[in-house]
Design a protein around this ligand. Sequence first.
Ligand code: SF4
Ligand code: SF4
Length: 147
Amino acid sequence: MIGVKEVEEPKKQVPLVGTLKAMITVGKHLFQKPVTVQYPEERPRIPDRFRFRISLSLDDCVGCTLCEQVCPNLSIHMNKVERENQRNKRKIYPDVNFGTCTVCRNCEEICPTDAIYLTHEFETARTRNSFTYSPEELSMPEEEVIK
Ligand code: SF4
Ligand code: SF4
């Protein structure tokens, strides 16, 4: 009939071929090192260019608010922190909400004093508090932050 395509019959496979192929694949992988790691007991290798958790040097922050202005996700807000710092007369420092931060690095790049920077740390999951790290928490090593 015109306009009707003939349906091709599916190729018949010898039943053992598939099984043999699978066995060869399994055999190949039996002697290879697994690509998975037993996290958290085993730490994964972190690539050099990996960046996540933001840190803040309270002594170096001059409270210019540039990091807050440049953040595309409004993840940074300035907070009043009562501490002695001759370089930060207004006593304002950034916090960071890691729930919305997309690790774009704008804040690090614009900071005139290198006070805010991204690190290799990635274990920022919290059980009780919000995802927002206060300026003081940003200045602590991750293991000291109360989660
Ligand atoms: S890395 Fe980007 S998204 Fe995250 S706080 Fe800095 S400017 Fe905002
Ligand atoms: S962290 Fe840097 S950019 Fe942000 S307020 Fe402090 S000095 Fe300014």
